[in-house]
Design a protein around this ligand. Structure first.
Ligand code: SF4
Ligand code: SF4
Length: 259
């Protein structure tokens, strides 16, 4: 009797820092069990051995920033039964999407001695802007527990269960005192999707919005509150313009109320 064919897993990198792939490698207690359930066919962060063909699940990290990226993601999509994006770079363009409004030429000239040799697009965009995506996992980096949930859901043939509520809810569940109410510390928790367990407020820090906009985020109300706390508009623009600057509800425009 032939052995059961294990689903083939591929992990791809586009423009990114590799942090989300490292989150997968960080699943030290679960990796052996995972390797028993799937055939890791392509994962260059973990092994230089690669296997071509079709993949049952592709995890894609990083944003599309070059013409080559745009072509490669179409090939990967065509070779993948399910395609899941992991991290802020892959879901909304990442921090490299700061170029989208500032102009890529200025960055090129500041960084490279010979920018004429660099082939780049004017924008950094998430994977879903280029090909259909089956599921987007937020975070900079992604949370390892959520990542395992996504892979487990794929193996079980169900939709992943990942919260879409705000960081504030996790603060309340953990009994963490609100840093904005108690200390006047600017915090993006009210508009940021949960995923980290409200890590920063638990250490008396405001949230910087790693997981991007929560479901129906009221950024206008938060911008008004930040203004009332004395944060001028340029500072508000900066706080909304980090890992998820290209997410529709974030970016400089989110800062524009409350004066
Ligand atoms: S989302 Fe953050 S951690 Fe993940 S690859 Fe991009 S910059 Fe790195
Ligand atoms: S900045 Fe916000 S989303 Fe990121 S780890 Fe801290 S609380 Fe979590």
């Amino acid at each position: 009797m032939s052995a059961r064919r294990r689903p083939r897993l591929a992990v791809w990198k586009f423009s990114s820092c590799d942090g989300c792939q490292l989150s997968l490698l960080d699943c030290e207690d679960e990796l052996l069990a995972l390797a028993g359930q799937v055939e890791i066919a392509y994962f260059q962060e973990a092994t230089s051995a690669t296997a071509g063909g079709r993949y049952d699940l592709s995890l894609v990290e990083g944003s599309v920033t070059t013409p080559g990226d745009a072509e490669r993601i179409r090939k990967i999509r065509a070779a993948s039964r399910r395609l899941v994006t992991i991290g802020a770079c892959a879901t909304s363009g990442g921090i490299q999407a700061l170029r989208n409004s500032a102009g890529v030429e200025g960055f090129l000239e500041a960084v490279y001695a010979h920018p004429e040799y660099v082939a780049t697009l004017a924008t950094s965009t998430g994977i879903a802007d280029h090909v259909p995506v089956d599921f987007e996992l937020r975070g900079c980096p992604v949370d390892r527990h959520q990542l395992l949930e996504v892979i487990s859901a794929f193996l079980a043939g169900r939709r992943p269960v990942v919260p879409t509520h705000s960081v504030c809810v996790d603060c309340k569940l953990a009994g963490t005192v609100c840093v904005m109410v108690a200390r006047g510390t600017p915090c993006l928790g009210p508009v940021t999707q949960a995923g980290c367990g409200a890590l920063c407020p638990a250490h008396a820090r405001g949230c910087y919005g790693c997981f991007g906009p929560a479901e129906t985020p009221n950024t206008a109300a938060l911008a008004g509150r930040l203004a009332a706390l004395g944060m001028p508009r340029p500072a508000r623009e900066r706080v909304f313009s980090t890992f998820n600057v290209n997410a529709p509800a974030f970016g400089p425009a989110a800062a524009g109320t409350g004066e």
